[in-house]
Design a protein around this ligand. Structure first.
Ligand SMILES: [Fe+2]
Ligand SMILES: [Fe+2]
Length: 147
């Protein structure tokens, strides 16, 4: 069994990824905390269901799904239509900073389904889009404490 941290360590300890701790995402939850939460839900799902796609690509895609690197709450910084546009920004940053496979690209680009009405191409991307909503629910539930 592969440990969660073993899969994440290449990504989460880099400077840019650590910057996500400073970007508020849902409520008071940081983009960092939210992304780790999504990835961990995906990890638990993978360990239970043991699907036939690669766990590294699955979890790394989940970690990078919101890698857009700004605080969308800051008005006047041109973050219009953030909900629709951020998957593309996240993919661009992810490709600049890491190796991004086709599966990871699908995960990042389509995680906002159905708000962004482009269907995920793979089951893995579909699962991440579900875990993203689940994590979002937890984020708002615990919004009193900054994490
Ligand atoms: Fe997102
Ligand atoms: Fe998200």
């Amino acid at each position: 069994m592969i440990a969660f941290n073993e899969i994440c360590k290449e990504i989460i300890y880099t400077d840019n990824y650590q910057k996500m701790k400073n970007y508020r995402h849902h409520g008071n939850v940081s983009c960092y905390k939210h992304s780790i939460r999504v990835a961990y839900l995906c990890y638990k799902y993978y360990m239970k269901k043991k699907p036939n796609y690669d766990i590294y690509e699955f979890i790394k895609g989940a970690l990078l799904h919101d890698y857009y690197l700004y605080d969308w709450h800051n008005k006047g910084e041109g973050h219009r239509l953030h909900g629709f546009r951020h998957p593309k920004f996240a993919l661009k940053n992810a490709k600049r900073d890491y190796v991004v496979t086709e599966l990871m690209e699908d995960i990042i680009l389509h995680h906002m389904f159905p708000l962004v009405p482009t269907l995920p191409r793979s089951k893995a991307a579909f699962i991440v889009s579900i875990m993203d909503k689940k994590a979002g629910f937890y984020d708002y539930k615990r919004k009193k404490k900054r994490v």
